[in-house]
Structure formats: structure tokens, C-alpha cells
Design a protein around this ligand. Structure first.
Ligand SMILES: CSC[C@H]1O[C@H](OP(=O)(O)O)[C@H](O)[C@@H]1O
Ligand SMILES: Nc1ncnc2[nH]cnc12
Length: 290
């Protein structure tokens, strides 16, 4: 039986995974530059787990500096079919308290166009569906794994992605709340877009660390507060991943549409795609450009 291969992108405060066996580090080069760090590959609960710290070890990269394309391409090269993103987020709703877990089902993009969030371009035009930006099956698994780990889990919710690196102004925070968003962060939207183009399932375990700056009864978000809350919950995040691995170990074959996201996405007459572009996208598109 083929082994399930899961990618984990660790966010703020999660720079390694404990409990992996047969550990090895894999440096991957991609047509889109160098990933955030070397990938750590190991076995967990009968699945192969591929771990990458989003901001690099030592947290060297700002949200707008993360090489998102290289990270997702690297995951694809290593055979990853499902990516679990772990992220620290601010809560935009009273009932989502710091320490709670949210598994978002929607994203709202407030980044400023400084991140390249598509593999297309340079002679190839593609448009993938993105109405449901996360994999429903993977997200259901993450919520189940979260409950099993004893976390308070909010299943579904809208993650608003800002450019950063600064946190929001109070006016922005209040306006975002009036839009009905649930959580706020700085990293997930490019990853979700690129994972979809790479036909990889994407789901997020978001740890609420603060109430941003809208809540009069709580301090405004600060790095200290985020780091303290992540530290308190990092063991739980790891346990959720372990439970998710347990569930996914027996469901290697994906029933979702993520695995075919590119089938009807390409606009080009294949004859006009420049050879260099075709070569660069071979891993992602080769099967559709025969
Ligand atoms: C340290 S607070 C801001 C920082 O934390 C979140 O990162 P990640 O999604 O990688 O956990 C947020 O998006 C910001 O990058
Ligand atoms: N309030 C907040 N805004 C943006 N990113 C965050 N990450 C954690 N808390 C955050």
C-alpha cells in the first residue's frame, strides 16, 4: 500500500516537530528559488511527515519575505499530497478566546500584492477554482484531531490575511470585525492559493493567541503575548498533528477535488507555451500538457 505523505508548515513558535522517527534533513532546490529552510522528513504514526518552518529556523523571514512558491514546490517534489498549516492568529470574535483552535474554511485577502501567489505567468495562463480555498476533507480531519487532543475547536471561520509586518490599527481591526471575519493573520493566503495550483490539499490549524486590538477588556496584541500563548499551546498543536496523522494513515487516496484542480484551469493553446515555462512547470502541469 502506498504511504500517506503529509506536509506540515510550522508557523510562529513551531520550528520543529517532536516524535518523528527515521529523521533526515532534505535540502530542496526549486525553479522558484530556495525554500524557507531545509525540509525535515520522518515517520509519524505510519505516515511520512515533511516539516518546514515557514519563517525559517530562528524566525528569519517576515510574512512578505517567505518564499511561498519554493515552499509549496518543495513539498510537491517530496510527494506531499496534504499540507497542514499551523498558524498563530488574532481573534476577531469574542467567543474565540486565546488558546482556542480555529480550522478556517474561508480566507479574505488584504495583502498588498507584494507576494507572488501563483505558479502561472511567463507565457502560461491558468485560473483554478478557489471558492472553497481549503480542502474540506482535510479540514474535517484537523477539527476531529483537535477535539481528540482536548482543544476547544471552532470548525469553520474566515481568516483575514493582512500584509504585515505591523499589526493592524484599531480602526482597521474594528472595520474587519464589521466585515464578519473570525481570525486575522499574515501568512495563509499565498500558501492556500499555491497549494491549490499544485493540487495539494491545504488545511489550517489556527491557534488564537490574542484579541488583536479591538477588545476593550484585553491588551492590544504584541509579539510577547503571541509568543507566550504559542509556547503554552505548542504541545497541543503537535498532538493535533499526531492525531491527524493517525486518521490520515488509513486514507491514502484522496476523494476531494483538490487533486484535479488544474484539469480545466489552463487557458493556453499548449503550442504557445514557451519551452522554458513548460520546463519550469513540468512537475505541476506535465500530466496535462502531453
Ligand atoms: C508573531 S505574531 C505575527 C506573525 O504570527 C503569525 O505567523 P504564522 O502564520 O506563521 O504563525 C502571523 O501570520 C504573523 O506572521
Ligand atoms: N492580531 C494578529 N494580527 C495578525 N497576525 C497575528 N498573528 C497572531 N496574532 C495576530
Amino acid at each position: 500500500m502506498k504511504q500517506t505523505i503529509i506536509g506540515v508548515i510550522g508557523g510562529s513558535g513551531l520550528y520543529d516537530m517532536e516524535g518523528l522517527s527515521d529523521l533526515r534533513e532534505v535540502a530542496v532546490s526549486t525553479p522558484f528559488g530556495k525554500p524557507s529552510d531545509v525540509f525535515v522528513v520522518g515517520e509519524l504514526q505510519d505516515v511520512q511527515l515533511v516539516f518546514l518552518p515557514r519563517h525559517g529556523r530562528g524566525h528569519r523571514l517576515m510574512p512578505s519575505e517567505v518564499p511561498y512558491r519554493a515552499n509549496i514546490h518543495g513539498m510537491k517534489q517530496l510527494g506531499v499530497e496534504r499540507i497542514i498549516s499551523v498558524s498563530a492568529v488574532g481573534s476577531m470574535q469574542e467567543h474565540i478566546a486565546p488558546g482556542h483552535i480555529v480550522v478556517p474554511d474561508q480566507f479574505f485577502d488584504r495583502t498588498q500584492g507584494r507576494r507572488v501567489s501563483s505558479f502561472f505567468g511567463e507565457g502560461i495562463v491558468g485560473h483554478v477554482q478557489f471558492a472553497d480555498p481549503v480542502c474540506r476533507d482535510l479540514s474535517r480531519t484537523l477539527a476531529e484531531a483537535g477535539r481528540k487532543a482536548g482543544a476547544t475547536v471552532h470548525e469553520g471561520g474566515t481568516y483575514l490575511c493582512i500584509e504585515g509586518p505591523n499589526f493592524s490599527t484599531r480602526a482597521e481591526s474594528k472595520i474587519y470585525r464589521s466585515w464578519g471575519v473570525d481570525i486575522i493573520g499574515m501568512t495563509n493566503i499565498p500558501e492556500a492559493r499555491l497549494a491549490r495550483e499544485a493540487e495539494i490539499c491545504y488545511g489550517t490549524i489556527a491557534l488564537a493567541t490574542d484579541y488583536d486590538c479591538w477588545h476593550e477588556g484585553h491588551d492590544d496584541v504584541s509579539v510577547d503575548a503571541v509568543v507566550a500563548m504559542v509556547r503554552q499551546n505548542v504541545a497541543m498543536a503537535r498532538l493535533i498533528i499526531r492525531h491527524a496523522a493517525e486518521i490520515l494513515a488509513t486514507s491514502h487516496d484522496r476523494a476531494c477535488a483538490c487533486k484535479e484542480a488544474l484539469r480545466y484551469a489552463i487557458m493556453n493553446d499548449p503550442a504557445v507555451i514557451p519551452p522554458a515555462t513548460r520546463a519550469r512547470l513540468e512537475l505541476l502541469l506535465g500530466k496535462y500538457l502531453q
